[in-house]
Design a protein around this ligand. Structure first.
Ligand code: GNR
Ligand code: NI
Length: 172
């Protein structure tokens, strides 16, 4: 297993639509393990493949927040939101690709997500609370969408400019 570097805004791959995974082979299993290791190392509660430079539809999540709880890693291949509640909830979100920046985001409170597990079985998970937020946040990444896209244009442009400037200074 290995951690892989997490890409930061405005890395172009973060804005691309990721392609579905056709075959779950050893390459995909290794990718999933590396993603989990990268997520736990960060640490974060979710990670999408584009964040480590892989434009494919796979995410990992582990919404365990209490330190004493056992890890509950989940790997979701080709995940899709198939149902969302009318009811919404506000959650303060952050993103490993937009370090040290958080803002409140409004999303459906409950979602049902269909996906393939690493054995190729079609599964569904019904989620509320943090898991619902993180699943929607990660699936957004697969569509090139970041949580700042839900903020006002002023806030989005301000944070995008700040990271663009940081990236430019980092290369000199
Ligand atoms: O670690 C993360 N925490 C988090 C908190 C609130 C809402 C979403 C997230 S996801 C984030 C990790 C990440 O950037 N995944 O793409
Ligand atoms: Ni993120």
């Amino acid at each position: 297993m290995a951690t892989r570097p997490i890409l930061i805004l405005p890395e172009p791959i973060l804005r691309k639509v990721a392609v579905p995974i056709a075959t779950i082979d050893e390459r995909v299993k290794t990718l999933a393990k590396d993603m989990l290791e990268t997520m736990y190392d960060a640490p974060g509660v979710g990670l999408a493949a584009p964040q480590i430079g892989v434009g494919e539809r796979i995410i990992v999540v582990d919404p365990v927040t209490e330190d004493e709880e056992e890890p509950r890693p989940m790997v979701l291949v080709n995940p899709e939101v198939i149902a969302a509640s009318e009811e919404t909830k506000v959650w303060e979100e952050g993103c490993l690709s937009i370090p040290d920046y958080t803002e409140d985001v409004i999303r459906p409170a409950c979602v049902t997500v269909a996906y393939l597990d690493l054995d190729g079985n079609r599964r569904e998970v019904e989620a509320d609370g943090l898991l619902a937020v993180v699943l929607q946040h990660e699936i957004d990444h697969l569509n090139g969408v970041l949580f700042i896209d839900y903020l006002s244009r002023l806030k989005r442009e301000r944070v995008t400019k700040r990271f663009t400037k940081q990236a430019r200074q980092a290369t000199v």
